[in-house]
Design a protein around this ligand. Structure first.
Ligand code: ADP
Ligand code: MG
Length: 731
């Protein structure tokens, strides 16, 4: 049975409507299913109750007290209404003040008991709260005693669903236009509406063996936990489920690849290849090429990961493998995650390989229909030996005559299934994946499973270490002077701004229980309404007009039409632009060896690994190079983070620090690993559950490898759903 109401648009939910639907879609929430799977990022403990005579100034607690009189409303001036009220319990009184909430006057009735939740102010003899949240006490009587964990697995869920006091409140990641209350209410309504339809994708045997609660209980308690025990049980179930689906999916994808015999290619005339290079390859590069070549002459399929820090020269290994494949009379496909990078690979491989008679094609989504048709035709006829492109390569219209090698660059940027979609276009082609992102072992095992690894642990000779400076606003002028000086000496400069659409809505709440963040965190700037976050375009205009009117400034960002993007990139590559203002579209791969300075604005908004990738854009040639990190309105924590960047250039060390300091949520933020976004699981700290899920997936798949049994069908459906979603999102 398909779950109809789960697929209903959130628009039809009470209190959402069209305007809020838009805001929600910014958070990736379109359907009720998305909404109930939109998990809190943290929780606020509002379960602490105190009597009025034991309050401590500054603490935030609940007080159960009776309204001692009718609330008094006064208009102070236009735009300022105050409601004042005294509430009492058996031992004392609490003074309450509400600013601009005149509805309180009628909402609170004298003689009735309420629960007030707020920060204690005033003095010990005269405690007060300003703008407390409140519920009528009898409204939450039924909330009653907490259901014990064990019974809880099947027990009905808490009945006082909308109380905002006396409970553990979820805190959601927000975006402008939404508040905690709006999201909470919407989630609550969605749960009421479709909670019974939530599909239980875990086979019964698995749930029983690993003592996992029912799906409904899990969703109820992840959003509206009865208590911390219930929250823990809910979390464990959801994490388990997420990892279980992922692992099972990876195993299925890998199915059938393992026992295949490969194409055995022939060793080419390597002298021809190496003779054409303008530099001497490093030993690490030679070793990696040798390892890959051996794989490809053998009769098993190559599945090799080339791991090497930014600038270590991974592309050369790719080029060598392409050369070997084409010399064996077969075709090779080389896929890059961005158009800019694909174009750059195209240009440099044309330079190297075309003189040797290798025919190279280029395919991205931005070609005209006619150009695409031309490429499709040539590929299927074998008139192109090597095709370089973006994920346009996995389009259905792409057919090869004889595809024997598939390379993906910056593999972590792709969905897992995208690699396999490309390999399916050949008859068990060899596979080479390249990545600069160091990945902890357990994670690598899930993602890459049976891959062999070549590590390029050596940088080309003569590389300058990149001097890194962490600076504040007071240095801005000096930095701009420095830009001018470098450009005067013939160098080029990148200026990177975070892509910011709107200022993130301010997030309430303080007590973080289970933080789970993804991507760039707004930690330090989120609560600073005056922070100077400019869009790349605004900043570009300003630089061009006011700051560097004498320099040639170009702009590139992801939302630009391809033509403009290409024009800006090639202007910078050819030296026709001195300064390139860019978003993180240049994060991976881009290679302009004359660039000697990269300035990163609001650096505290980036992950360390990301900063390291960005920094890798300079220092790629013989010129002394610099990286300047503008600190933004950073906290101590971000200062410390950036300090790491100053002290090391080693990508692996930085990744480790990244994990330590920010927690894996950020490090493994979306797309860092090429897996579907993890909604709740944390691949580093949920290691124990990960192992259990791995075991469970093994057990299930060994009994039912194609997931055909009735009890496994919901799992099979979920797998295809999750992976479809992933593919769509990346397109
Ligand atoms: P990455 O590993 O980051 O993908 P690239 O393959 O883009 O690195 O190489 C970075 C730059 O170094 C390129 O300009 C490339 O031509 C150059 N390069 C690669 N190998 C060597 C080498 N052995 N000696 C000198 N320069 C090299
Ligand atoms: Mg690269």
């Amino acid at each position: 049975m398909e779950n109809k109401s789960l697929e209903t648009s959130v628009r039809f939910l009470k209190g959402v409507g069209q305007a809020r639907e838009k805001f929600m879609s910014k958070l990736g929430i379109e359907t009720l299913r998305d909404l109930v799977s939109f998990f809190p990022r943290a929780y606020e403990d509002r379960t602490q109750f105190k009597k009025t005579n034991s309050l401590i100034i500054g603490e935030t607690v609940c007080v159960r007290a009776m309204a001692a009189a009718t609330p008094q409303l006064s208009h102070i001036r236009k735009g300022l209404d105050i409601v004042k009220l005294r509430a009492v319990d058996e031992v004392g009184a609490l003074e309450l003040t509400f600013f601009n909430q005149s509805f309180v006057k009628d909402a609170i009735k004298p003689g009735e008991t309420y629960i007030f939740y707020g920060k204690v102010e005033g003095s010990l003899t005269r405690p007060a709260m300003i703008n407390p949240l409140f519920d009528r006490d009898d409204a939450r009587q039924e909330h009653g005693s907490f259901i014990s964990a064990k019974e809880g697995m099947d027990a009905p869920t808490n009945s006082t669903k909308t109380a905002v006091t006396g409970r553990i409140m979820p805190i959601y990641p927000l975006t402008a236009g939404l508040s905690q209350k709006i999201v909470f209410t919407a989630v609550r309504n969605a749960l009421d509406q479709c909670g019974d339809e939530l599909p239980d994708v875990l086979p019964v045997s698995v749930a029983r063996k690993y003592e996992l609660c029912k799906v409904r209980y899990a969703y109820e308690n992840i959003h509206c936990p009865d208590d911390y025990k219930a929250l823990e049980i809910a979390r464990k179930r959801l994490i388990f489920e997420e990892l279980f689906v992922l692992i099972a999916a990876m195993k299925l994808l890998r199915e059938g690849r393992s026992e295949k015999t490969g194409r055995s290619l022939t060793q080419p005339n390597w002298k021809e290849f190496f003779g054409a290079l303008t530099f001497t390859p490093t030993n690490a590069q030679k070793r990696a090429i040798d390892e890959a070549a051996r794989d490809m002459v053998s009769d098993s399929v190559m599945n090799r990961l080339i791991q090497g820090d930014v600038g270590s020269g991974k592309t050369l290994v790719a080029a060598a493998c392409c050369f070997m494949t084409c010399r064996s009379g077969c075709q090779a496909a080389f896929m890059a995650p961005t158009e800019i990078l694909a174009r750059q690979h195209y240009v440099s491989l044309v330079q190297l390989l075309e003189p040797m008679g290798i025919r190279i094609g280029f395919l991205t989504g931005s070609l005209t229909a006619k150009q695409k048709r031309d490429v499709y035709g040539k590929l299927s006829l074998g008139e192109i030996d090597l095709i370089i492109g973006t994920h346009a390569l996995i389009s259905e219209s792409v057919n090869f005559r004889d595809l024997a090698l598939v390379i993906t660059d910056e593999q972590h940027r792709f969905g897992v299934n995208q690699r396999s979609m490309l390999t399916e276009k050949g008859d068990s082609p060899h596979v080479l994946v390249m990545s600069a992102t160091p990945i902890p072992r357990t994670l690598a095992l899930i993602i890459y499973g049976d891959l062999d690894v070549s590590v390029i642990d050596e940088l080309p000779p003569g590389r300058q270490t990149i001097e890194t400076y962490v600076v504040g606003e007071q240095h801005r002028k000096r930095i701009y002077d420095f830009v001018r000086k470098l450009v005067g000496a013939g160098r080029q400069v990148y200026i990177i701004c975070p892509m910011v659409e709107e200022r993130e809505a301010q997030q309430e709440g303080s007590s973080v229980v289970f933080a789970k963040e993804g991507g760039v965190t707004p930690t330090s700037t989120g609560n600073n309404p005056t922070s100077l976050l400019k869009s790349a375009r605004e900043y570009y205009e300003e630089l061009k007009k006011d700051i560097f009117p004498d320099l040639r400034v170009a702009l590139v960002h992801g939302k630009m039409p391809t033509k403009e993007k290409d024009a800006a990139m090639s202007a910078f590559t050819n030296g026709a632009a001195d300064v390139l203002v860019a978003t993180t579209v240049v994060e991976v791969g881009v290679d302009v060896s004359n660039a000697a300075l990269i300035i990163i604005e609001n650096a505290d908004r980036f992950g360390l690994s990301q900063l390291h990738q960005l920094r890798g854009r300079v220092g790629r040639g013989e010129f002394e190079s610099y990286c300047v990190l503008f600190r933004g309105a950073g906290s101590e924590n971000s200062r410390e983070r950036l300090e790491i960047m100053r002290t090391t250039n080693d990508g692996f060390k930085i990744a480790e620090e990244d994990l330590k300091q920010r927690g894996p949520g950020d490090f493994f933020g979306s797309r860092q690993h090429g897996l579907p976004d993890m909604k709740i699981a944390n691949l580093a700290s949920d290691m124990f559950v990960l192992q259990q899920a791995q075991k469970a997936a093994d057990e299930v798949l060994s009994l039912d490898p194609m997931l055909e049994a009735v009890e496994n069908r919901p799992l099979a459906r979920q797998i295809s759903r999750v992976f479809e979603i992933n593919a769509d999102r990346l397109n």
